[in-house]
Design a protein around this ligand. Structure first.
Ligand SMILES: C[S@@+](CC[C@H](N)C(=O)[O-])C[C@H]1O[C@@H](n2cnc3c(N)ncnc32)[C@H](O)[C@@H]1O
Length: 311
């Protein structure tokens, strides 16, 4: 059995652990891919609950892999979950797995280490790359993209109301190399009245991080083809922390679970719908109030669960 250690708590406090263990119970004698291994909190809980379980952990951040724990039933690989099929192929489990877990976004550890450049609260190099597979740093993006392109990134990925104002300010004050300098430029560009609800750079930093790591494209690819790595009866559990991610997950699952929509008098199906997934979480699953009180990061979490029902 693996036991929690103080290091895990500092690295990242996992969200909706009981729910994860519950929904992945059907995989308890098989293999689960923890596609966003992070501090390994979910993997550890799953291994503690299910003796016969095997877990393959993936993380695009080499630091997460280097900080993983030792358990005979666990293999952790530095890889993007977007490439899950290739990772499984290289580990000789190309036949598929009984469960996949994605706990999206960044870990507390990544946010806390100023040198990673994710935090608008501290001074650090403007990096934000989750791993070496991300081609451009945040500084590359901020210092080279046009005002139009920056405004679009802020508007689409950050749902930032003041995208144009911020983009204009950034372009006229660049180059930027430091997170604190960028955060303060963004804060100055936001009207005073709008600075009261949370940090004024929060949405912009989220947007830049998503763009640097190509997060939504990776998630879309995974939902289109990566989930085919599940065997029939296998379950997918995804936790998203903002509506952009959750929308991608929800829409993909709805598309894969759509049954025939032809008029009843049509002798043969013409719409071509053949569901291969069944959505188990009819409504999004949210953390309890107690969990949110204990771990504010859980506040925005939304879990969706689906089961593969045919090839
Ligand atoms: C919210 S944390 C996961 C925390 C983890 N469930 C735990 O209990 O500690 C997200 C992790 O996913 C990783 N990640 C994000 N996008 C990824 C991707 N496309 N492929 C692989 N890992 C990814 C990040 O590097 C980070 O370590």
């Amino acid at each position: 059995m693996t036991q929690p250690t103080p290091r895990d708590k500092a690295y990242h406090t996992p969200v909706m652990v009981d729910e994860t263990v519950f929904w992945l119970s059907t995989a308890s004698h098989g293999t689960i891919v923890d596609g966003t291994f992070g501090g390994g909190g979910h993997s550890r809980a799953l291994l503690n609950h299910y003796n016969e379980l095997r877990i393959i952990g993936l993380d695009r951040d080499p630091d997460a892999v280097a900080n993983s724990f030792t358990d005979d039933r666990l293999t952790v690989v530095n890889a993007n979950y977007r490439d899950i099929a290739a990772s499984l192929g290289s580990l000789d489990v190309a036949g598929g797995v009984e469960g996949i877990l994605l706990d999206l976004g960044v870990s507390s550890h990544q946010l806390d280490v100023a040198e990673r450049g994710f935090s608008y609260h501290s001074s650090g190099p403007l990096d934000m790359r989750m791993g070496p597979d991300a081609e451009r740093s945040a500084a590359d993006l901020i210092n080279t993209e046009s005002e139009d392109a920056l405004a679009r990134i802020l508007r689409v990925y950050g749902e930032e109301k003041f995208a144009r104002r911020i983009a204009r300010a950034v372009v006229s004050h660049r180059p930027f190399q430091d997170t604190a300098d960028l955060a303060s430029c963004i804060a100055d560009a936001v009207p005073a009245a709008a600075r009261r609800s949370g940090h004024p750079a929060r949405k912009s930093f989220q947007a830049i991080r998503i763009a640097v790591n190509d997060e939504l494209v990776g998630l879309t690819d995974f939902m289109e083809t990566g989930i085919d790595s599940l065997v029939v009866g296998g379950r997918l559990v995804v936790m998203a922390y903002h509506s952009l991610e959750d929308r991608i997950v929800k829409r993909a699952l709805v598309a894969r679970s759509r049954t025939c929509v032809c008029p009843p008098d049509l002798p043969q199906c013409a719409c071509g719908a053949s569901p291969d997934f069944s959505i188990l979480s009819r409504k999004a699953i949210k953390p309890t109030q107690d969990e949110v009180a204990a771990n504010p990061r859980a506040r925005s979490a939304v879990m969706r669960v689906a089961e593969r029902i045919s090839q």
